[in-house]
Design a protein around this ligand. Structure first.
Ligand SMILES: NC(=O)c1ccc[n+]([C@@H]2O[C@H](COP(=O)([O-])OP(=O)(O)OC[C@H]3O[C@@H](n4cnc5c(N)ncnc54)[C@H](OP(=O)(O)O)[C@@H]3O)[C@@H](O)[C@H]2O)c1
Length: 325
């Protein structure tokens, strides 16, 4: 993370959820791009979690401004938003309630006025397909869709970041959310292993997001990250792993019915992760997603990052795997 260079006249950014897994990439990218950056942090967070306390210190030492607040505390939230041109939300998906909490951010943005861009906490797969998903993905991603609709209905200038699966979660596990680590001798493959989805690097997503907030082409659009080299099936992913470790793995294919049962019987968050695997890589409907994701072109209210920012050095699935120990 570089020290903020506030000499450039870039938008001031507020990140809500900056201590989270994805939010921290947004804070870092914002500082690296030279934006005046504020992070809204709950007052008890640093005391409750030593790792997060260190992260907050690191943000501050790189020039981020710390604002204590909570999305459930309206006045403080409005005051924090009034100081920002751009608001990122990166609240988590631990429940429908956590996601819907963002409706309070929408209300605060309306009251504050003057926000040039809001980026709600999406950063995942197509939430328009939520109805076709298994629980708990249906409820949680359905809540994301309602937040999306509320942002549009309120007329708030926005950008939706659609980044499918992040590389950091499924790639080191060779596509199995249940795995404790990289495959050694055997691997589980859900479905027939043939459907493809995009795997996006977290840092790339955050760097793209920073370009997007200054870019009129992304205003009120869904911004996809669809690098052609990151479109990969579970079979292809396992084959890349086999090349990496120089071994043929024993493969167990899990049929869709078995996966559905597993989703129903697993605790959170595994059931959520498996339900998203089901929706994006296994279910019949995933073919619909594939159809809409294989085309990298920009059209209508959708734009695509590698078309808008072709000079960025995107991390591909293969490069990511090469970087793993
Ligand atoms: N596509 C993918 O593969 C993928 C993977 C993971 C996540 N995602 C998406 O990325 C987004 C962020 O998820 P995440 O896993 O990074 O979440 P996370 O690690 O659980 O972090 C959530 C953040 O929200 C903050 N927060 C929660 N409630 C708050 C409140 N009432 N007021 C203020 N801050 C609050 C938390 O603060 P504290 O530190 O105080 O708890 C934390 O900073 C979600 O939309 C998620 O679905 C996508």
């Amino acid at each position: 993370m570089a020290k903020a260079n506030s000499a450039k006249m870039l938008s001031s950014i507020l990140v809500i959820g900056g201590t989270g897994m994805i939010g921290q990439h947004l804070v870092t990218a914002s500082l690296d791009a030279g934006h005046p950056t504020a992070v809204l942090v709950r007052p008890a967070t640093a005391d409750a979690d030593a790792g997060k306390a260190k992260l907050i210190e690191a943000f501050q030492s790189c020039g981020a401004r710390l604002v204590y607040g909570d999305i459930n505390e309206h006045e403080g939230l409005v005051a924090a938003i009034k100081q920002a041109d751009v608001v990122f939300s990166a609240v988590g998906h631990s429940s429908r309630e956590e996601v819907e909490g963002q409706l309070k951010i929408v209300a605060a943005i309306q009251e504050a006025g003057g926000v040039k861009r809001f980026l709600p906490s999406e950063y995942g797969c197509d939430v328009e397909l939520a109805e076709q998903m298994l629980e708990p993905a249906r409820s949680i991603l359905g809540a994301k869709r309602r937040v999306r609709e509320a942002v549009r209905a309120a007329g708030i200038p926005h950008t939706i970041i659609s980044s499918n699966w992040f590389q950091g979660f499924l790639l080191p596990r060779a596509g199995n959310p249940e795995a404790n680590g990289p495959p050694d001798n055997s691997v589980t493959i859900f479905g027939d292993g043939k459907l493809q989805v995009f795997f996006v690097n977290e840092k790339d997503m955050a760097a793209v997001a920073m370009k997007a907030v200054e870019d009129p082409r992304t205003l009120n659009k869904i911004l996809h990250l669809r690098h052609p080299k990151n479109l990969c099936s579970l079979d292809q992913l396992v084959s890349l792993w086999e090349n990496k470790i120089g071994k043929t793995l024993k493969k167990t294919y899990v049929r869709e019915e078995e996966l559905v049962k597993k989703v129903q019987e697993s605790p959170f968050p595994l059931n959520f992760q498996l339900a998203v695997v089901h929706a994006t890589l296994v279910a019949r409907e995933a073919k619909l997603t594939e159809k809409t994701t294989t085309n990298g072109a920009s059209s209508g209210d959708e734009v695509e990052a590698t078309a808008l920012y072709p000079d960025m050095n995107y991390v591909t699935v293969e490069h990511y795997l090469d970087s793993l120990p």
